[in-house]
Design a protein around this ligand. Sequence first.
Ligand code: BG6
Length: 493
Amino acid sequence: KSNLSNITVLFGGTGDLAKRKIFPALYHLQKGGDLPQGFALVAVGRRQKNHQQYREYIYSFMEKEADFTIDKEAWEALSQRIYYLPFHFDDPAGYERLKEFLAVLENIYQTQGNRIYYLAVAPEYFGLIVQQLKVHDMDRKENSWRRVVIEKPFGKDLNSARKLNQIITEVFEEKNIYRIDHYLGKEMLQNIMVIRFTNAFFEPIWNSQYIDNIQISSSEQLGVGTRGEYYDQSGALRDMIQNHMMQLLTLTAMEPPIRLDNQSIRDEKIRVLRSLEELSQKTVFENIVRGQYSAGRIDGKPVKGYREEEGVNPASTTETFVAMKMAVENYRWVGVPFYIRTGKRMPVKSTEIVVEFKRPPEVLYFKEYKNLQPNLLVIGIQPKEGAFLRFNAKKPGTIKEIIPVEMDYCQNCQVEQNSPEAYERLIYDVMRGESTLFTRWDEVEYSWKIVDNIERAWRRKAEEILLYPAGERGPQGAMELLQRDNRKWWNIL
Ligand code: BG6
């Protein structure tokens, strides 16, 4: 595993992401024996702390917040390799100190000059940090690898994403840039291609001849929490659709890649984005519903409305819910609507893909039983990970009753089958130089184009935003979007 050796420099070391996602992931990698011998991490943050205080700070946070019990031995082994360096990201002297410190650690840990610069910071610092790395001659070194990990959001529209990309690519080559979309690290996203392309009985019917419609839904019970300020400038379209939902859509709709390498796979995903119907001003309003949560109840407990949340403009019209109908205009999918929805303050937390099949010919049972259910294939992304098929069968013991039954594969239903967290896989992939589960620039670019187009239409003709009480599945308009087509949303998980 020698080529995995590296020093990871984590900018944003005291931030939420570091504490909630990155350190738990590193801890699990350590515990599972997946961290290379030659590894150390230098966290950079603005707060003053020494190495030991920083280690304790991370430990006490995880002890309180993590949903696993920390194994002391594994933590110790990791914690010894964690260091902390306080400086402001715009302070050139800080980078000089970092450079000297890295030289010392590289000697101790024998990491051959390999480095990961992990930017878990607010997006306005992405460009600044990358430029400073170049100014201080830390961006490349002969016979070593230097990779940069960029957290989301990658820009706030196409224009800002392009500018940001330009700054980053002036310093790092595309192959060394790892843009995070943590949904790609989820076990079941990696499983979509496997399910589709290793089974004889899915791919032959994976097209407009057999599929009536596809529904991709991601619901959260959480509201905006402490991120009101960011979220109010963003909204669900940018926060969830531009990245995560587009990834789910492309993996579901893509053609088989010619090979399993990262270029071939990402090429096919791009082709889906390029095939998406371009929405006009009129179709944006017909096919996309925006909603915002008002006060309501989650699990029986009262919660605030969006406009009462901290950091949110009390007259905000930012959407916390989007439901949309999209068409993938290519040979395979012509005529099959893709319904996509995502929202905060929904009654449950779940992400699922529901493939609804067409009804068989209207003869025999279908002539007699008017309300037989369609066949469904459901791919559960979270919390339940797995896939199941719903089909019709005779209800045992009855003469004429037909009921839907299920064949169910759940990969995380047993306690001992604990899937790795998305970040574990992603961090490990950066170390081994595997970029398939990261977004390539053109994926980001195309999805921003789609989102910008929608935003523009919304801006041109501002409409009253539809409110939905927290704890409901979005505004009535979202139901109507499907009722109009004689269909309904499936809420399975
Ligand atoms: C993030 C969004 O990218 O994804 C958040 O910024 C959202 O607003 C989160 O809550 C959802 O991720 P997950 O893994 O909980 O489905």
